[in-house]
Design a protein around this ligand. Sequence first.
Ligand code: MRU
Length: 368
Amino acid sequence: MLVNGKAYRTVWMEGGTVKLIDQRLLPHRFEVVSLARSRDTAKAIKDMVVRGAGAIGAAAGYAAAQGALEAPYHDFGGAVDRAAEEIRATRPTAHDLFVALERVREAALRAPTPAAGRQAAVAMGNRLADENARAGERIGEVGAPLLRDGMRVLTHCNAGWLAFVDWGSALAPVYWAHQRGRRVSVDVTETRPRSQGAKLTAWELGQAGVPHTIIADTAAGSCFQRGEIDCVIVGADRIAANGDVANKIGTYTLAVLAKQHGVPFYVAAPRSTFDLVTPDGSRIPIEERSEDEVLYVWGRTADGSVAKVRVAPEGSPAKNPAFDRTPAALVTAFITDGGVLKPDPAAISRFVLGGASAALGSPVSRGD
Ligand code: MRU
């Protein structure tokens, strides 16, 4: 993805150092942070310096690789496991984090010697990042045919290239169609409380030259009512075996509105987001975050500095579930790196266990 004309990935590794775009500072400042140790990278995931299911997956993989690089030869397995434990405790909802962590941990521990384990862990971290970028590109290719010329897409939170290593999930079909000259515009919900839509998605779409408009979360219903939305595409943090979806808080509301207004509701995600071990949405852990995210907002002031201001009365408490669960019955289709997939358990397990061709065998058309 280009930032002011220069190609970037969201997360990468140089030597033993993990490099991340600091997503807390966007859109006001573009800065890359360097994280020397596994513990630093884990903290960056927890503090949402890096966020978005795919990007935290890649970052977790690299953090695990750093854990292997730091592990002493005399206690290699023990130290790799302790680092993994710390990374596992950062954010509970996104499945990609656990998949990446496990694959790097296994690569490190399966190797015949600690030296080989270190090498294997770094190689796996890089491989996962490459897979993540390729999956996003493929989701773009698969999803773009669903977007006709002139279509108005509603998206929520940020499921673009900042939420992955590159390309993204929900925005990948938009980028794919836009690059091929199709006129597609995007309504971006601001996504309170952290405003990933207003801050990150709007910035990303601006960098890519995609026409877009930010709407208040509370304006979505009215936009549907006025016939201004042709389809919804969101990403996912975890998809249970029955097709229930955990995604950014507010996704469920949009799915209900889409159903009410007969608008297709697509969920874009790579294979690594599907969790066959979790039978349904009620079993997906939902992260609760600090009430400060609701009580305060961050933004740029008139003098150009970035500041945190309180919007609620002193003493009022808040609750802050970071994700909600959308039942499979409200999902029109999944747009995956293996094809467009019906939201039913058999199609999901064929796709996850059987590879891309299984998904391509279950196409659905717009509005099905
Ligand atoms: O809390 P965040 O910003 O990490 O949550 C991100 C989302 O919910 C996105 O919509 C999601 O990651 C899906 S796209 C990768």
